[in-house]
Design a binder for this molecule. Structure first.
Ligand code: XIL
Length: 334
């Protein structure tokens, strides 16, 4: 009897521990399930306006187990007038995701783009800080308990060799130091204590002046107990490829004690073979970094991509799987 029970106990223990089966015959057949077998999530940015399209929703719900609202949680969408919050479109995406067991990334609380006009017209630092506090409380508070990861601050750093913050309403009113970023993270932690909090940016996908500046901020935040849990690497890449130190760059951030995530992946390219190879490189790099726990493509289909002319996603305009899809699935199952 005991001899028959033991394997069952062992199998149950492996299931509880989330240990994936190594049998290729049992490899999962969707991005989400295959990523889950590796302890990761595989997600997509979602536009509320397309959820009513059957092929779009079917593809999303079959393949992806993480959802990021593409525009619906941004400031212009959620607080078009001071203190007046509108959550209809974002709520619809959240309800869809929850109904399909998909984890949510909130995007984004503090950014210099897609701000309503009234924010850009604020003339003093104290008034802007008050507006930021109300906004973070309003939006992160509304979704309290429902968001796995929030992009608290998006794209605060400048491109180029300077290594500083970008000029924007934020730095112009609140200064070229990270104090206002710190404040945003502290407010977000209070508004939704269970959400993991991320800093998110682009052109930080290899080691360069910009990623070094982000790195220094994260190291400083961790050293001083500022509540940051994660760094998002947008990874809007092109056919020329993935930086050679992509994995090393993820790893050095992970070594600071934060999760790292690929948050807005798309790789332009009319040569689908090259594109598939680049996707493989990115996904393999993430799998090689234990704290890289989520990969999100910035859309479902090339048809609705913000970079539609460079056909950068895993499904074509007819929702057919592209070579890049097959290479990603193969890496996830490897
Ligand atoms: C883009 C959306 O995809 C577009 O629909 C919108 O018109 C502009 O914003 N970095 C980000 C994303 O953090 O929010 C941006 O999304 C793409 C670049």
């Amino acid at each position: 009897m005991i001899g028959k029970v033991r394997p069952l106990v062992l199998a149950a223990a492996l299931v509880v521990a989330g240990v994936a089966t190594a049998d290729p015959a049992e490899a999962a057949t969707t991005l989400g399930a295959s990523a889950a077998a590796k302890g990761r999530f595989f997600g997509a940015a979602v536009a509320n306006s397309h959820l009513g399209e059957a092929a779009y929703a079917t593809t999303l719900d079959r393949e992806f187990n993480s959802v990021t609202p593409e525009n619906e949680m941004k400031w212009d969408a959620t607080e078009p007038n001071p203190g007046q919050f509108t959550f209809g479109a974002a709520d619809n995406i959240v309800n869809h995701a929850r109904g399909h067991g998909q984890s949510l990334r909130g995007h984004t609380l503090v950014w210099h783009n897609q701000l309503p006009g009234w924010v850009n017209q604020i003339t003093t630092g104290s008034a802007l800080m008050t507006a930021m506090q109300r906004h973070i409380n309003g939006v992160a508070g509304h979704y309290r308990g429902q968001i796995a990861y929030w992009d608290v601050v998006n794209e605060a750093f400048a491109d180029g060799t300077g290594g500083g913050l970008r000029s924007s309403i934020w730095t112009q009113r609140l200064g070229f130091n990270t104090g206002w970023i710190e404040q945003a993270f502290r407010l977000a932690r209070t508004a939704d204590p269970n959400a993991k909090l991320c800093y998110n940016d682009y052109n930080t996908d290899g080691q360069n002046a910009k990623s070094n500046a982000v790195f220094n901020m994260v190291r400083d935040f961790k050293a001083r107990g500022v509540p940051i849990d994660c760094v998002g690497f947008q990874s809007h890449l092109n056919i020329n490829g993935v930086p050679g130190d992509y994995q090393a760059n993820l790893q050095r951030f992970a070594n600071l004690g934060v999760d790292v995530q690929i948050t807005e992946l798309d790789i332009g390219g009319s040569n689908f073979t090259t594109q598939a190879n680049n996707y493989r490189t990115v996904v393999q790099a993430c799998l090689n970094v234990s704290r890289c726990n989520r990969i999100v493509t910035w859309g479902v289909t090339d048809k609705y991509s913000w970079r539609a002319s460079s056909t950068p996603l895993l499904f074509d305009g007819n929702f057919n799987k592209k070579p890049a899809y097959n290479s990603v699935l193969a890496v996830l199952n490897s």
